[in-house]
Ligand binder design. Structure first.
Ligand code: 1GP
Length: 283
């Protein structure tokens, strides 16, 4: 199915699929020309919610990635986030190339370290861990990697990254060597996000950590969403479409899901539908 082209579909008289394929290509191409950040802010302005599937290069291979891409295209997933707090394999470049040749869903790097920069992605979340007090992750690693990041040609999106306590230590809370933001301190979350925005961060990403026992509460999402203008990304421990929907209604602009989809890829469809139904407009 991934090898289908507009021409093949048309010649096989699969007109409705050909039309969808064409519209999807054109729409995504237009978005790509103006940049991913533009697409994120535009979607927010229009009241549309976005769904991003997180791909950890350590946990996929060509076969299951192709399957995942096919499901994502079918479900109209808006973005792929690629990366992880700890990536050991060398599959990052290949993984991005496979996505690129198979579909037009934009790829955004979500790097756990400076080693996870690849020119095969479309954009990079340039994360500063503003919830922690570890200077290395606030600015230190950025200084060291700045020339390479600039040279990569990727669209760089500065992101105020806030790790929120998810009920148990996660890879990100351990690796970052910084205390996560307490889950019930909505005011601290609000002030942190506001500070990040005023410091010039283009995005705020609140993350309970991959596989978190307890995802971020709707009350915290609401408090933060009401206090900032930039798009708000929410992820960590989200396992069902209902939670996805409630998070969007509380003010999340982008929902990120990784673990739950790794365990059951068929969740993509329902989760994407929940995200898109929570927006003002329907794609
Ligand atoms: C983790 O927000 C992401 O950084 C996604 O978390 O894997 O728990 O969905 P999950």
């Amino acid at each position: 199915m991934l090898k289908d082209s507009f021409r093949d579909l048309y010649l096989n008289k699969n007109f409705s699929k050909a039309k969808n394929f064409y519209i999807c290509r054109v729409t995504n191409k237009e978005l790509m020309l103006k940049g991913i950040y533009h697409s994120l802010t535009e979607r927010k302005r229009l009241g549309k919610k976005s769904f991003a599937v997180l791909i950890d290069p350590d946990k996929v291979n060509d076969q299951n990635l192709e399957h995942l891409i096919a499901l994502a295209v079918n479900a109209k997933v808006d973005y792929f986030l690629v990366g992880g707090s700890l990536v050991i394999s060398n599959y990052l470049d290949e993984c991005l190339q496979l996505i690129k040749k198979s579909c037009s869903i934009p790829t955004v790097l979500f790097p756990g370290s400076t080693a996870q920069v690849s020119r095969f992605a479309d954009a990079l979340l340039y994360l500063s861990l503003i919830s922690g007090r570890n200077p290395e992750l606030l600015i230190g690693q950025h200084v060291v990697s700045a020339p390479n990041v600039k040279k990569s040609g990727l669209e760089i999106m500065s992101t105020g990254y806030m790790v929120v306590d998810g009920g148990a230590p996660t890879t990100v809370s351990y690796i970052s060597n910084a205390s996560p933001l307490p889950a019930d301190k909505n005011e601290i979350a609000m002030c942190t996000a506001m500070a990040g925005e005023m410091l010039g961060m283009k995005l705020i990403y609140m993350d309970a950590g991959s596989g978190a026992m307890r995802p971020i509460s709707e009350s915290m999402i609401e408090k933060v969403a009401q206090s900032i203008e930039v798009p708000l990304i929410i992820g960590g421990g989200i396992t069902d479409p209902e939670k996805v929907y409630l998070n969007c209604k509380a003010g999340a602009d982008v929902i990120v899901v990784g673990n739950a989809i790794e365990k059951d890829a068929s969740l993509i469809k329902e989760m994407a539908a929940a995200v898109h139904s929570a927006g003002v407009g329907v794609l």
